[in-house]
Design a protein around this ligand. Structure first.
Ligand code: ADP
Ligand code: GLC
Length: 478
């Protein structure tokens, strides 16, 4: 079976968050099930070096935003189809925003072009390769199922995965014609979303299957609290909606073989985490002789992640003798809050504002616990990396966090299957209460190590989830 993945990010080539990790790892896992994947991505500047080996396999003169060609390249065993349209994608910095952090004003054309290119590759194939299924991810490629239905009679089947329903791609009604979309589809039963064009809304209406990245989030998004206005659309389509948990690339994230760590380790040599801990302390200016637990945060700094509540609980971490090392970027007020905390509690709190893949690995390797107090979390990957590295996740009970972390309650501890700490109340008080449980447990070294080993045993790879995607694709072909 052949599957075209269409996405706006793919690790390690271009990444702003977990979407990239998933798109970068899932195709390899699917190949174990006999599925031949190609990934369609925009040819951003960071991908330009790949173009030296270019082989043009298609050209389109009339995409939204003009001309674009598709070139086939291979990268680390992945077959990539790059949409080379410099007028849309040859821009510095992150994929969605200008250097001032403001959304590019032509994002509808940029990602409309990507979605339309995906549909046209889906319909006509390229280079003798004809996909059976086109799998789109998030709002950026959500128009793919729409274009498939608009442009072809015998279109391949489509799957749309929601990684985060908070981002919906909503644009004024005038862009319908710029995107070449059928005007008679501008109504609430198709593409219209409260008077605008909704990319994600349209995709949800036209896709043959909808998935999201955890079973709990698949339920949550049916409710007003989590559905962000799209709960009604999803309630009408529950028959084709399912949740498939993300996995992680256990090769790229392996404490026994990770060049970013001061020293490799496994479940029998957990003491070696101390060397990475020392390297973290040196990097962010923490007291190297501290005895309490070292907590880390690796995150986009946004409302979603509950880090405003965590910022309020930082004094409590310090009072109880813990340390905090944060790596993140995003909301300037949150960046400032953690920089201020690192000055105020110097030696106990350190903050690196920015994006640093190697430091993210080092933090997982050297910390005792990772804090993820998200208000909502479709899946979350950093808790999975934490489990793999024996860095116990402290998480809010939502979405994929609830599905992947086994709380250290009495029964789970007795059964030796507890892998972290799960709490309900994302507030200063709620986080402090969770932290108190962590501190108490950390004092009992035997219990803590038992949890670390249970965490490292938990299966967090793609095996099971790739099988579920393969079965989903099969069901569409039947
Ligand atoms: P989201 O996609 O909502 O941001 P996930 O937990 O699914 O959340 O994925 C986040 C990914 O981005 C992880 O791979 C994490 O390690 C990485 N990440 C987040 N912030 C940073 C940062 N500042 N530096 C390096 N990696 C980061
Ligand atoms: C989104 C979600 C995150 C998820 C990631 C990959 O960015 O916020 O929870 O892990 O997508 O699916």
């Amino acid at each position: 079976m052949k599957v075209l993945m269409a996405a706006s990010e793919c690790a390690p080539l271009i990444k702003t968050g977990g979407l990239a990790d998933v798109v970068g790892a899932l195709p390899a896992a699917l190949s174990g099930h006999g599925i031949d994947c190609r990934i369609l991505l925009p040819a951003y500047p960071s991908l330009q070096p790949l173009l030296s080996d270019r082989r043009q396999v298609a050209q389109f003169h009339d995409l939204p935003g003009g001309f674009g060609q598709i070139v086939l390249v291979t990268f680390q065993g992945m077959d990539l189809l790059l949409l080379d349209a410099p007028q849309l994608f040859d821009r510095p910095g992150l994929p969605y925003t200008d250097p001032n952090g403001v959304d590019w004003t032509d994002n509808h054309l940029r990602f409309g072009a990507l979605a339309q290119a995906a549909a046209r590759v889906g319909l006509d194939g390229v280079d003798g390769w004809q996909p059976d299924i086109v799998h789109a991810h998030d709002w950026q490629t959500a128009l793919t199922p729409v274009y498939l239905k608009q442009l072809g009679q015998a279109a391949p089947k489509s799957v749309l995965t929601i990684h985060n329903i908070a981002f919906q791609g909503r644009f004024g009604p005038h862009v319908m014609s710029e995107l070449g979309l059928r005007g008679d589809w501008f109504h609430p039963e198709a593409l219209e979303y409260h008077g605008d064009l909704g990319f994600l809304k349209g995709g949800l209406m036209f896709a043959d299957r909808i998935t999201t990245v955890s079973p709990t989030y698949a339920h949550e998004i049916l409710t007003p609290q989590y559905g962000m206005g799209l709960e009604g659309v999803l309630q009408a389509r529950t028959g084709i909606l399912s949740g498939i948990l993300n996995g992680i690339d256990t090769g790229a994230w392996n404490p026994a073989d990770d060049p970013a760590l001061a020293r490799d380790y496994n479940a029998r040599s957990l003491g070696r985490k101390a060397e990475s801990c020392a390297k973290i302390a040196e990097r962010v200016g923490l007291d190297p002789d501290a005895k309490g637990p070292l907590f880390c945060v690796i995150s986009r700094l946004t409302e979603q992640k509950g880090l405003d509540a965590l910022a309020a609980a930082v004094p409590h971490i310090v009072e109880r003798g813990g340390q905090l090392a944060l790596l993140g970027s995003g909301d300037p007020a949150l960046e400032q809050a953690f920089v201020d905390a690192s000055h105020h509690f110097s030696g106990s709190v350190g903050a690196v504002i920015g994006y640093d893949e190697a430091f993210a690995h080092l933090l997982q390797g050297g910390s005792d616990a990772i804090l993820i107090p998200s208000r909502f979390e479709p899946c979350g990957l950093t808790q999975l990396y934490g489990l793999r590295y024996g860095t116990l996740p402290v998480v809010a009970r939502t979405g994929g966090l609830a599905d992947t972390v086994v709380d250290a309650n009495v029964a789970a501890l007795r059964a030796e299957c507890a892998t972290g700490f799960v709490f309900d109340d994302v507030s200063k008080v709620g986080i402090e209460a969770a932290l108190d449980r962590v501190f108490d447990c950390f004092d009992d070294n035997k219990k803590w190590q038992m949890m670390q080993r249970a965490a490292m045993r938990q299966s967090v790879g793609w095996e099971q989830s790739a099988l579920e995607y393969a079965e989903l694709y099969q069901s569409l072909m039947a």
